[in-house]
Design a protein around this ligand. Sequence first.
Ligand SMILES: *Cc1c(COP(=O)(O)O)cnc(C)c1O
Length: 350
Amino acid sequence: MSNLIRKSVQAMSGYVPGEQPKGEGIVKLNTNENPYLPSPDVQDILSMIDIAVLARYPDPVCIELRKAIAEVHGCAVENVFVGNGSDEVLALCIRAFVERDGSVGYFHPSYSLYPVLADIEAVEKRPVALDVNFGWQMPTDYSASLFFLTNPNAPTSLQYSKVNIEGFIKGFGGVVLIDEAYADFAKENCMDLAMANDNVLVARTLSKSYSLAGIRLGYCVGNAELIGAMYKIKDSYNIDYLTQEVARVAILDQDTMHANVQAIVETRKLVAEKLAESGFEVARSETNFLWVKPKGITAKKLFDELRKRNIIVRYFGNDERTRHHLRITIGTAPEMFRFLDAVEEILEGS
Ligand SMILES: *Cc1c(COP(=O)(O)O)cnc(C)c1O
C-alpha cells in the first residue's frame, strides 16, 4: 500500500489539534477559544438568510467581506486575502512564496502547525530557537524564503517589540508573515508594517477575539501583488456563503469584540496574580491564555489532576522546550475560579 503514497507524506506527522471533549460540566481551557458570545448581529444575519441563495455558488473573491475588513484596517480591497481559517492563509503562503528548493522559518517553540505545513509542501524547515526565557534573537546570516513571525507568540503568550520586528524585516530577503492571531489581546500590533513594507503580510483570525472559531475565517493584509498571487492559487470557492455573511457583520461590530477582549484581559490579570501567589512562573501574557510553569508539582501531574476534575488545559509534553509548562486559555470568570480552586486543592494534596 505505502508505495502509493508520496514519500514525504509517509515520513511526516500530521498536525494534532487540541481535543474537543463533549459532555456536561467540562471546563474547556485548551484551545484558546473565546468563552463569550459573538456579535448579536451574527444571530440577526443568520435569521435573515434566505435559503434560496444557498443553491448558488458564493462570491469566489468575497468582495463584501473584504470591503468590511479593508474599512476596519484602512486599506484597499486589493490588500486583503480571506482564507478558510488563518490556517489556510498560512498554507497558501508556502505554496505561493516558497520554491521547491526554498525554506520556511518560524520560532521554536511556536505554533506547531508551521512545520507540518512545510512538510506537506516538502520544503526545508529553518526553525529559530528562542532563548531560555522564550526571548527572540535572530541568528546572524539567517535566511529563508518565508518566515512565520508569531506575535504575540504561542504557546508562550509573549509579545516581541515592534522595533525589533521592524529591524528584522528591513534586513530580510524573503516574505514575512506576521501571525497576529492574538493581537487584539495585546498592547500593540504590526498592521502598519504590512502597509509600509512590500515583503510583509499580517494575518488575523476570527477564531479568538471574535468568538467565531466555528466558522473558519482568517485573513491577511499586505502588498497587493502578494495578495494577488494568493488569489491565483486558492480553491475556487474557499469561503462559503454563510461564513462570508457572518464574518462581515462580526468584523463591522468592533464594539462587541473589544468588550469581550476587555473582559478576558481583566480575568487574565486576576488569574495571573493568583497563580504567581502560589509561586508559579507566569509569563507576561499579551494573549487570551497564560503560559505557566507550576511550582511544587510537575506540569504533567497538574495537567492530569485537572483533567480528573473535568478541567482541560493544554500540555505540550513531547518537546523539551515546552514540557515544563502548561497553556491555560482564559475562560469566563466563574470558569477561572473553578480552575483556581482546583489548582489550590491539587497543591494541598500533593
Ligand atoms: C489559533 C491560531 C491560528 C489559527 O487560526 P484559525 O483562523 O482558527 O485557523 C493561527 N496562528 C496562531 C498562532 C494561532 O494560535
